[in-house]
Design a protein. Sequence first.
Length: 251
Amino acid sequence: MEHATMMRLENISKYFGKVRALNNISMDIRRNEILGLLGDNGAGKTTLVNIIAGALAANQGRMYFEGQQVEFSSPHEAKQMGIDTVEQHLSLISIMSIARNFYLGRELVKKIGPFKVLDQKRMDIDCKRAVEEIGVRVRSPEDLVSTLSGGERQAIAIGRAFYFGCKLLLLDEPLAALSIKEARKVHEMILQIRDAGSSVVYITHNVFHVYPIADRFVILDRGDKLSEIEKENVSAEAIIEAIATGTPVKT
Ligand SMILES: Nc1ncnc2c1ncn2[C@@H]1O[C@H](COP(=O)(O)OP(=O)(O)OP(=O)(O)O)[C@@H](O)[C@H]1O
Ligand SMILES: [Mg+2]
């Protein structure tokens, strides 16, 4: 059976010592949607996506992915199921080449006699093509990531998720370091990812960044879910008001 729900969270709570970062959060991420995850600094947005991505364990609650209960003990496990993340503070490895970063965890290998070796040449060629498709001009895929700007790094990380395909893409402040041109390209990619049937959770402080492309919104407030609402029932201004006052969206 085809589930309209990609992922379901039930009663997720997370504490850091005495800090209650998430309080009993239940929500759905639907197939084929861009879900804007909004809230002020410290609202719990990054904590929530880290739990979904297997980078953090919740203290309480359950998660279901495509109808199956899941417990991820590492980001690798989540990735295996098709959950990809572009983190708020990007973790490309700067002393490795662009191509190696692009293929991190998915390296192409070739066989030479009884041995398996990295197929560096193919990775370089494919990476260059994919990265150019994203609209980032790199001098060479062999260049180290440390030679790229923050925006170029972010675009490559998003492009990597786009290129390899995923069921659920988690984006934490994806436009933070991007130029206007790069940002537009990233939005185009996000729309394409959704239209291909995947789900996107898009975190941002800036409601105006996500409002034009989102289908639905979840607003967090100091660890609580304040509102979960369809775009057609809410304006960007009403969302900002809710975040500023900590009161649920008025419809
Ligand atoms: N590793 C940690 N140890 C202790 N406290 C943490 C940790 N990570 C997050 N917190 C706390 O949990 C709360 C939620 O943090 P989180 O990073 O999820 O917020 P956020 O909504 O992503 O904020 P921002 O918009 O600033 O990125 C905050 O009070 C934060 O200080
Ligand atoms: Mg955050």
